[in-house]
Design a protein around this ligand. Structure first.
Ligand code: CP
Length: 323
């Protein structure tokens, strides 16, 4: 395994390998010294062109717990502000010979492009509305710890599906693990034709009681160029997940950050059915497992400034493909 660009490329066996590895890192996390030497002497770069709390902090802590050297770059405040392109930024950081670059970028396909410009392994930490594969893996991990298996479980993903990379990655991952997925939201926030990915679609919360798991999505106002709902108040009236709508046997998830009182009520967030804190905790061990699966056992490959796409391609089988 070399890159993690899309959950589509991660077959069930590869997912099981990452989830199993994450279990072993959870055990390491219960020790007094929570560090293993696996990536000693290797460098992980995090390169974030969009805001993040959970993904960036957990990848960085994961790299440190694996004893890697860490270079943390946020586009804001870097030479991106002076007009440096993504390609030149990646070439610059590749000169440090990193083992992996973890990239978040507002454009769909950015991580794939980066993989063509560097000899480092590339992890997609969210590319526009396209994919957030590590989120899908950590959500499967957190759910399996509660439910044992996702086989035959019914999962409703509710809210702003249109702007959500999490919805797309999670739909694929949940189905791959045997769950049945329903997407629910106002018609303006559900992409046309998404049923082709093998899910049900509904435009109201009627029937929500059948769900074993309710996965609420953030209203992504920063990605909305127009008005997709008449008002947030009206959206909340029709789609907010609160303790009145959530039955006692149902589990509640949200990728964070949460808009309290919009897509989800404060009471529901703090209820015992909420897995939101467990999702964040899962992020650390699953991202340790991702870095481990991508990097451990891979021969170190010296990269040079200006390494071209051909060299990068030769070094870049992805998770789910033979290394
Ligand atoms: N879920 C998620 O990606 O959160 P951050 O934006 O805080 O990383």
């Amino acid at each position: 395994m070399r890159n993690l660009l899309s959950i589509e490329e991660v077959d069930r066996d590869a997912m099981e390998a990452i989830l199993g590895r994450a279990e072993s890192f959870a055990e390491v996390g219960r020790r007094d010294i929570k560090k293993v030497p696996t990536l000693r002497g290797r460098t992980v770069v995090t390169l974030f062109y969009e805001s993040s709390t959970r993904t960036q902090s957990s990848f960085e802590l994961a790299a440190k717990r694996l004893s890697a050297d860490l270079v943390s770059v946020k586009a804001a405040g870097s030479s991106v502000d002076k007009g440096e392109s993504l390609k030149d930024t990646v070439a610059t950081l590749s000169a440090y010979d990193p083992a992996a670059i973890v990239i978040r970028h507002p454009y769909a396909g950015a991580a794939q492009m980066v993989a063509g410009w560097t000899g480092a392994a590339v992890v997609n930490a969210g590319d526009g509305k396209h994919e957030h594969p590590s989120q899908a893996l950590l959500d499967v991990y957190a759910l399996r710890r509660r439910l044992g298996s996702l086989e035959g479980r019914r999962i409703w993903i509710v809210g702003d599906v249109l702007h959500s990379r999490v919805a797309r990655s999670n739909l694929i991952a949940f189905r791959r693990m045997g769950a049945a997925v329903t997407l629910c939201g106002p018609p303006t926030l559900i992409p046309r034709g998404i049923e082709e990915l093998g899910c049900e679609v509904t435009y109201s919360l009627d029937g929500l009681e059948e769900a074993d798991v309710v996965y609420a999505l953030r209203m992504q106002r920063e990605r909305m160029s127009g008005s997709f709902v008449p008002s947030l108040r009206e959206y909340a009236a029709n789609f907010q997940i609160d303790t009145r709508r959530l039955g006692p046997r149902q589990l509640l998830m949200h990728p964070g950050p949460v808009n309290r009182g919009v897509e989800i009520s404060g009471e529901a967030i703090d209820s015992p059915q909420s897995l939101i804190g467990e999702q964040v905790a899962a992020g650390l061990v699953v991202r340790m497992a991702i870095l481990y699966e991508i990097l451990a056992g891979q021969p170190e490959r010296p990269a040079a400034f200006g390494d071209g796409p051909a060299a990068a391609e030769a070094a870049a089988p992805t998770i789910g493909q033979p290394a």
